[in-house]
Design a protein around this ligand. Structure first.
Ligand code: HEM
Ligand code: HEM
Length: 383
């Protein structure tokens, strides 16, 4: 029998139930391993890729399962006279059904909203239509995903405990009905909205908890002090691009200062840049980037670039020394410059080799993190 009756689960419902059970019980430890238990970046990235790929597959199975269930009668509880127990079991079923949609969906939106390191292992797009790249959206969705995942864990504990109780204490057919499809039970139950309403309230509370956990937009801990300069930087970005697991990932520094002297007549001058290393952001691995393996911001809070400016063809070049993570290496960055009405606009980029600064030394090849790092600087300054 493929279809359910009011006394039995059909084979489609049973196969989908146990397939989901297997997938979910694999997926939860994968999520915890990736997110909490494993710290090695290489493995973390791989586990997250597995988690996301399996998660999307679960989403597909879940939608199939729910569509199927919508067209089926639901077998009635074996003991409808035990009102509280029946209400609890049905509420848990609703929570589980909703979790099968909300948990993967929030995970997927989190993934689509962020510049990810861990990709979904498929040739299709990593993004989602209508989902912008947004740190704040990713934060909320990440927290909602965690909260809903823990609600799923909680309801599964109750669900499995219930199944065991029916098998061991009540010794009734509840479990065998789901395992072997044997018909059992009174075959009729009233249509009730209380369990669905209870599940709705539980999810609303979960969403509330997730929102309440969003950290307040943090004021930068301690900004670098302004520096005296002939040219005063009014706006600018200092970014960099690195290949991570074969994908380009964009990072940036929020806090840096530049002291610039420049003589328009000769096209020469000098520049002195200080970068607050804790202000780095790098996709989903900003914390790892600050760690001892990479920028080691605890020991090297600032980086400096001191250079002389000279003309080069139609443009300019800043030649000097970059002091980064306690290591020094010469750097020559070509840049373009236009000055109009006392406002200078400059754009430059240079490719560094992370090995020159002992960054990511435990990543000796390029499989996880590429060697070249392209630095991009854009700024406007007023005299
Ligand atoms: C070892 C793990 C599991 C066991 C032993 C188990 C056992 C059962 C049993 C015995 C039933 C039938 C209940 C009844 O007839 O009233 C059932 C129903 C159900 N289970 Fe599970 N389950 C497990 C895992 C899961 C997982 C991981 C999910 C989903 C996240 C899930 C979702 C459901 C749902 C939604 C129903 C209600 C089906 C319906 O009536 O439409 N179960 N389960
Ligand atoms: C039913 C499917 C899924 C389950 C049961 C699940 C479960 C989990 C669990 C238990 C965690 C760890 C939570 C914690 O550390 O507190 C987690 C984290 C995470 N999962 Fe999933 N997940 C699922 C699907 C997905 C999908 C489809 C994606 C993305 C495409 C995804 C992306 C993530 C991400 C990015 C995190 C880290 C969240 C953060 O800290 O911001 N998950 N998941």
């Amino acid at each position: 029998m493929l279809r359910n009756t009011t006394r039995s689960y059909g084979s489609v419902a049973r196969i989908l139930h146990w397939l989901t059970a297997l997938l979910i019980l694999t997926e939860i430890p994968l999520g915890l391993l990736a997110n909490r238990w494993i710290t090695d970046i290489d493995r973390k990235v791989q586990l997250f890729s597995l988690h996301k790929t399996l998660g999307v597959a679960i989403f597909a199975v879940a939608l199939l399962r729910i569509l199927w269930a919508l067209g089926q009668p639901r077998p009635a509880s074996l003991h409808p006279e035990r009102r509280f127990e029946t209400l609890l079991a049905e509420t848990v079923h609703w929570v589980l059904y909703v979790a099968l949609v909300m948990v993967p969906l929030t995970g997927w939106v989190q993934h689509a909203a962020t510049e990810g390191f861990s990709q979904i292992l498929w040739p299709l797009s990593q993004g989602l239509p209508f989902i912008p790249k947004s740190e704040s959206l990713a934060t909320v969705m990440g927290l909602a995903h965690q909260t809903f995942a823990w609600m799923l864990v909680g309801s599964l504990v109750l669900h499995i405990a219930g199944a065991v109780k029916h098998a061991v204490i009540d010794r009734d057919e509840t479990l065998s009905r789901m395992v072997r499809g044997e018909p059992a039970g009174p075959g009729h139950h009233g249509h009730r909205t209380a369990p669905a309403a209870a599940a709705f309230v539980i999810y609303a509370a979960g969403a509330g908890i997730a929102f309440a956990m969003v950290p307040p937009t943090e004021a930068p801990a301690q900004r670098l002090e302004a520096v005296a300069s002939d040219w005063h930087v009014t706006e600018g970005t200092l970014g960099f691009t690195v290949r991570q697991m074969g994908t380009e990932v964009q990072g940036s520094f929020a806090d840096w200062t530049a002291s610039i002297a420049f003589d328009e007549a000769t096209g020469t001058g000098n520049v002195n840049v200080t970068i607050a290393m804790p202000s780095v952001t790098l996709g989903t691995v900003s914390e790892q980037a600050k760690g001892a393996d990479f920028f080691d911001v605890a020991n090297h809070a600032t980086a400096t670039f001191k250079a002389d400016i000279e003309p080069q063809g139609d443009a300019f070049i800043a030649k000097g020394t970059l002091n980064l993570r306690g290591a020094e290496a010469p750097v020559a960055m070509p840049f373009t410059l236009t000055i109009e009405n006392g406002t200078a606009t400059m754009q430059g980029s240079v490719t560094l080799d992370r090995r020159d600064y002992a960054i990511g030394q435990s990543y000796g090849d390029e499989a996880t993190v590429g060697f070249p790092v392209e630095v991009q600087a854009n700024l406007t300054a007023k005299r």
